[in-house]
Design a protein around this ligand. Structure first.
Ligand SMILES: Cc1cc2nc3c(=O)[nH]c(=O)nc-3n(C[C@H](O)[C@H](O)[C@H](O)COP(=O)(O)OP(=O)(O)OC[C@H]3O[C@@H](n4cnc5c(N)ncnc54)[C@H](O)[C@@H]3O)c2cc1C
Length: 116
C-alpha cells in the first residue's frame, strides 16, 4: 500500500507517516474512505505543549508556495496569513504585529483577486 500511494498520488515521507498514524487500518481497503482521509485528515489534539512553547506554532505553508499576495499558487483564491505561514518570531508583540500585517496583505490580495 505504501509504494502504491507513493507511485499513484505521490504520498510519501511525513505525509505517509501521518496517514499510517491516524487512518484506521481497515480504511486503507476502502478507496472512497481513504480518499476522504487523504483530503481531510483529522489529527486529534491530545494535549497542548507547555505555555512557553504553545505561544507560537512552528511550521506552516512555506513562502515559496505563495505569490506576492500570499495566495497559494496551487490553490488560486486561497490566501494564507498569520500562523498559517511558516515563520517564527520572538515573543514580545512581534507575532501579533506580523499576523495583523500578513492578514491585511492577504485581505488586500483576496479583494484584488475577486474584483480583478
Ligand atoms: C498564551 C498566548 C500568549 C500570547 N502572547 C502574545 C503576545 O504577548 N504578543 C504577541 O505578539 N503574540 C502573542 N501570542 C501569539 C499570538 O496570539 C498569535 O501568534 C496570533 O494570535 C495568531 O493569530 P492567527 O490569526 O494567525 O491565528 P489564531 O489567532 O489562532 O486564529 C485562528 C482562528 O481560526 C479559527 N479556526 C481554526 N480552525 C478553523 C476552521 N476549520 N474553520 C474556521 N475557523 C477556524 C480559530 O478558532 C481561531 O479563531 C500569544 C499566544 C498565546 C497562545
Amino acid at each position: 500500500m505504501a509504494s502504491h500511494l507513493q507511485r499513484t498520488v505521490g504520498i510519501k515521507g511525513v505525509k505517509a507517516g501521518l496517514l499510517w498514524e491516524f487512518v484506521p487500518k481497515e480504511q486503507f481497503a476502502d478507496h472512497h474512505r481513504l480518499a476522504t482521509a487523504i483530503k481531510g485528515l483529522p489529527v486529534p489534539l491530545v494535549a497542548p505543549r507547555p505555555l512557553a512553547e504553545a505561544i507560537s506554532s512552528a511550521g506552516g505553508v512555506p513562502f515559496e508556495a505563495l505569490d506576492e499576495h500570499l495566495m497559494i499558487r496551487s490553490l488560486p483564491g486561497v490566501f494564507c496569513a498569520g500562523e498559517m505561514l511558516d515563520w517564527e518570531a520572538p515573543t514580545g508583540g512581534y507575532l501579533l504585529t506580523a499576523c495583523f500585517a500578513t492578514g491585511r496583505a492577504a485581505g488586500q490580495g483576496a479583494l484584488a483577486y475577486v474584483v480583478g
